[in-house]
Structures are given as C-alpha cells and as structure tokens.
Design a protein around this ligand. Structure first.
Ligand code: ZN
Length: 174
C-alpha cells in the first residue's frame, strides 16, 4: 500500500492551484518523504503534492531507471525560467489517470529555479525525459492535467471512463 492515497481524476482538487511554500521545515520534509515513498510504490516517476490532496507547490521526481540507483529530486516552489522552442514528444501517463496514455508535445528543454529538500535555492537545466516530467508535474501545481492537451472529445471520453471506474470501486455487495 502506498503511504498516501493518490487522488484520481475526476476530482475538483486536481483542478486547483497549489500555494507557495513559505519555509522548508520539518513538516514539509515529512510530506516530501511521504510523497517519494508513495511515488516509488505506485510506481511512478513524478508526483505533485496535489495528487495526494495537498495544495502546496512541491514535486518529487525520480527518472532513474534502475531501482537500486535511486536519485530523487525534490522541487519546492519550482518556476520555469526558460523553455526551448524545440519540442519533443513523449507518451505520457499520470498516477491520477491510471491506465491512460497519450503523446504530448512539450518544449524539449527547460530551465528552472526552485528550493531543494533543505530549502536551498537551486537552478536546473533539464532536457529529454526530465524536462517533460518537470513540465507535467508543474502543470499539476496549476491545476492542469495532460489530458487538457487532447481534443475535447478524447478528454471527455477518458474522464467519463475514469468516473465509471470510480463508481464501480465504491459499489460493494455484502
Ligand atoms: Zn501527473
């Protein structure tokens, strides 16, 4: 069982804007540790706090392929300072949209400012999978999901199916 419950679309909280963090304190570190554990167990390569129901601008990412070589990245209050004109396309999925994938085009490279696990200011230049992952997670902080880049028809169909799956989960026979 993951440490915290992951919120599945459709849920109004996934559409809310997350709030800036004022200080990186021990409470926030506990949240970041829990998020990382939840992400590893899911398993996924990125998780935003809103996905476990907390509207704070915090993201955890780990794109390392080998499980024994973990390299977690904690991003507090991330802001993108540069996006390349070049784009790349990845087939994206999301822990809040289980079972659905779509090819999404995003800037191939991005630079960002953020605070790390210890509250220290950092800069990062990302490209490839990491750049896509960062942009996907940052979207979460602004209430945006990858299905928002699809046609309305496709998006509505996915939301309808997810809603149906959720309703079935709630039904019990005793
Ligand atoms: Zn996601």
């Amino acid at each position: 069982m993951p440490k915290r419950n992951i919120i599945i679309e459709p849920d109004p909280i996934l559409r809310k804007k997350s709030k800036l963090i004022e200080t990186v304190n021990s409470e926030l570190k506990i949240l970041m540790d829990d998020m990382l554990e939840t992400m590893y167990e899911a398993p996924g390569i990125g998780l935003a706090a809103v996905q476990i129901g907390i509207l704070k601008r915090v993201i955890v990412i780990d794109i390392s392929k080998e499980p024994e070589k973990k390299s977690p990245l904690f991003l507090v209050n991330p802001t993108i300072t540069y996006k390349s004109k070049d784009t790349s396309i990845y087939e994206e999925g999301c822990l809040s949209l289980p079972g659905y994938f779509a090819e999404i085009e995003r800037p191939a490279e991005c630079h960002l400012d953020y605070l790390d696990y210890h509250g220290k200011k950092q800069e990062l230049k990302a490209k490839g999978l990491l750049a896509t992952c960062i942009q996907h997670e940052l979207d979460h902080l602004n209430g945006i999901l990858f299905i928002d880049y699809l046609s309305k028809l496709k998006k509505d169909m996915i939301i309808k199916k997810l809603k149906k799956q959720k309703n079935n989960l709630n039904k019990i026979v005793i």
